[in-house]
Ligand binder design. Structure first.
Ligand SMILES: [Zn+2]
Length: 150
C-alpha cells in the first residue's frame, strides 16, 4: 500500500488489506498512520489556538486592556464574561457545539449584554460586519469601527 501523502510504501498482509478494505468502502486513497496523526494534530492545533485567542480577547476587551477607544463599549457598559466561560474548557465545548470553525468570529447578539451562551454566536467576517453595523448604528467614529473587532 502506498501512502497518498508521504508516498511511503507499507507491506501489508492479505488480512490487513481486507481489514482496510472493510473499513474504507468508499475510497481507494490510503493514508498511513503517521500522516493521519500529524494531519489530525495540525487541524486540532489550529482550532485550539484560534479558540484560545477568541477566549482571551473576551477578557482583554471586558477588562479594558484593549484600545482606549473600545472601553466605552465594554468597560463602561460593565460587559463581563459569564461565570461559565471563565473556564476555557466550557467555552471551548460551547464553541464546538455551536458551529465554530476557523475563520468565524465571535459575535454578541445584543451588544449591551454579556459574553454568555445565550447572547453569542459564530459569524463569518462579512456577516459579522453587517450585523455589527446594524446593531451599533450609534457608533459613528470611523476609527472605532475599524479598530473594534468583537
Ligand atoms: Zn504517509
Amino acid at each position: 500500500m502506498l501512502c497518498q501523502k508521504c508516498s511511503k510504501t507499507l507491506e501489508w498482509s492479505w488480512k490487513e488489506f481486507t481489514r482496510w478494505l472493510r473499513n474504507h468502502p468508499e475510497t481507494d486513497a490510503y493514508i498511513c498512520k503517521e500522516c493521519l496523526t500529524s494531519e489530525r494534530n495540525r487541524k486540532h492545533g489550529e482550532s485550539k489556538t484560534l479558540l484560545y485567542t477568541h477566549w482571551k480577547s473576551m477578557f482583554v476587551r471586558t477588562k479594558g486592556q484593549s484600545l482606549e477607544a473600545n472601553k466605552k463599549y465594554y468597560l463602561d457598559k460593565k460587559i463581563v464574561v459569564c461565570p461559565e466561560w471563565r473556564n476555557y474548557e466550557n467555552f471551548r465545548t460551547w464553541a464546538l457545539a455551536n458551529g465554530f470553525v476557523p475563520g468565524l468570529e465571535l459575535s454578541r447578539k445584543n451588544h449591551d449584554k454579556n459574553y454568555e451562551p445565550a447572547n453569542c454566536q459564530w459569524l463569518g467576517k462579512s456577516e459579522h460586519r453587517k450585523y455589527d453595523h446594524a446593531a451599533n448604528q450609534i457608533r459613528e467614529q470611523k476609527s472605532d469601527i475599524q479598530q473594534h473587532s468583537d
